[in-house]
Design a protein around this ligand. Sequence first.
Ligand code: FES
Length: 169
Amino acid sequence: MQAYPLSVPLPSGDKRWKLVEGTMRRYGHNPSALIEVLHTVQESFGFLDEVSLRFVASALRMPMSKVYGVATFYHYFSLKPPGEHTCVVCMGTGCYVKGADNLMKAIEEVANVKAGETTSDGKVSVVAARCIGSCSLAPAVVFDGEVIPKAQAGTVRDRLRRWLGHDAG
Ligand code: FES
């Protein structure tokens, strides 16, 4: 008798979970896909939190301890965003052709960090992601889980300045 994975509800309506689910589906929800799936979470969200680890564990039908063990073993994975806020810039092709690199430049300038880094005051981590599953909204930037559709440099600069406590005017 073939065991078939029960479908596990996505943690929220955030489209990035669909990407994670897509990776799992590609591997037939096989536990051997764990590292690949964790990579997708990290690339889409910038870090792995408890919600994502629990979701991955139940969808791959693996003990949480095992998932947690793998996530902590590899330095590539971070278990929480180092900054108080996270700004994820999609650098996937769909967003790139719509100017994601300019957005990233604007963000790096205001925050005075490079992608993958956190501001020295610990306020904001800037993350470059691959496609986050919202190509129709390109270029997309995610501020603490909120997707900014068709993002413009001015908007993301203002948002960042507010987080950083700079004068937005
Ligand atoms: S390429 Fe950016 S959302 Fe798909």
